[in-house]
Write a protein that binds this ligand. Structure first.
Ligand code: GDP
Length: 329
């Protein structure tokens, strides 16, 4: 009988041994909507249990064109040269909306994808951001169990995907490109508030002076925004990098480590992950309730009730109560 390549009892030890193919298959399982795959994914996750391994989870956001793939490639290769294992996952809000993909279409990170100590996973094509986030969260856990030291979770700076990525990460990095003076308003305040470190990329050649101005502007803006009382002096901060020249990357890594180690020592790190787990619990309940609305019976009921309301036979309030009573026994 041929071996089942998705058998959790075969996948788990291979994954724990760091086998990238096993990791890829395991992620396929958690991404799959097939009931048998979902069962295997659940079995696998419980077999892996608490592997006790912890990676630094780095969320990275930036609008298309700021240099995310160039940065991740250069940064990832630098970490690999230091003997680290690096995984890259993507959360792509475009695939949630249109079925297309901003992150996945081009050939990205060619050098990094060939490095033996790297693992790159394009974003899953899912219909809902909530589903994408759940699967990405499980993929992060799988990468951790497979012994990766750093897991980079990338997203495009549009919409609510940043919030989800921030809730998956230990550190949240915002990548920006140099721009004119009014660009500051282009970044939503909420996204700036999430950032632990802002990296102004393309600080090279003719763009360097503009990058320096942008970096100074954001340094000022970050000071005005807030300081997390639990973080060391000077954070959040803005730094200059050039992904193509490789400059500023080791400094950026040093700052990430400083912040990470500080938070670990102070006990904030464990608390932060605990709060995140709580967020994901609430999110799963929310998603589960929303899923109740999507069954054919629920859709029919909503349609019938909608007609009753427009015909004036039921008030919106009465109809809503009746629907809730039927859906939530
Ligand atoms: P993404 O859409 O955010 O993934 O951006 P890409 O990594 O694809 O980069 C977009 C463009 O910016 C490409 O033409 C890159 O070559 C260029 N780019 C990326 N990083 C740098 C940099 O540090 N300096 C300069 N001058 N160009 C860069």
């Amino acid at each position: 009988m041929p071996q089942d390549r998705l058998d959790p009892t075969i996948l788990a030890p291979a994954l724990l041994a760091g086998d990238r193919r096993a990791l890829a298959r395991a992620i396929t399982l958690v991404e799959s909507s097939r009931p048998d795959h979902q069962q295997k994914a659940t079995d696998l996750l419980s077999l892996l249990g608490k592997s006790g391994r912890q990676a630094l989870r780095i969320g990275l956001s930036g609008t298309p064109g700021v240099g995310k793939s160039t940065f991740i490639e250069a940064f990832g290769l630098m970490l690999i040269a230091q003997g680290k294992r690096v995984a890259v996952l993507a959360v792509d809000p475009s695939s949630a909306r249109s079925g297309g993909s901003i992150l996945g279409d081009k050939t990205r990170m060619e050098l990094l994808s060939r490095a033996p100590n790297a693992f790159i996973r394009p974003s899953p094509s899912q219909t809902e951001l909530g589903g994408v986030a759940k699967r990405t969260r499980e993929a992060v856990m799988l990468c951790e169990a497979a012994g990766f030291d750093a897991v980079l979770i990338e997203t495009v700076g549009v919409g609510q995907s940043e919030t989800l990525v921030a809730q998956l990460s230990d550190l949240f990095i915002l990548l920006l490109a140099p721009a004119g003076g009014d660009e500051l308003q282009g970044v939503k305040r909420g996204i700036m508030e999430m950032a632990d470190i802002i990296l102004v990329n393309k600080a090279d050649g003719a763009l360097r002076p503009a990058a320096m101005r942008t970096c100074a502007d954001y340094t000022g803006a970050l000071h005005l925004l807030r300081r997390r009382p639990q973080d060391p002096e000077g954070f959040p901060k803005a730094l200059l990098v050039s992904a193509t020249e490789g400059s500023g990357l080791s400094e950026a890594w040093a700052e990430m480590q400083t912040l990470w180690e500080w938070r670990r020592e102070q006990g904030h790190f464990a608390r932060h992950r605990g709060e995140q787990t709580r967020f994901w619990f609430q999110e799963e309940v929310r998603q589960g309730l929303l899923a109740c609305l999507k069954t054919p019976a629920a859709r029919n009921l909503m349609e019938t009730m909608g007609q009753e309301i427009t015909a004036g036979r039921l008030s919106a309030h009465q109809a809503a109560r009746q629907v809730l009573q039927k859906l939530l026994p």
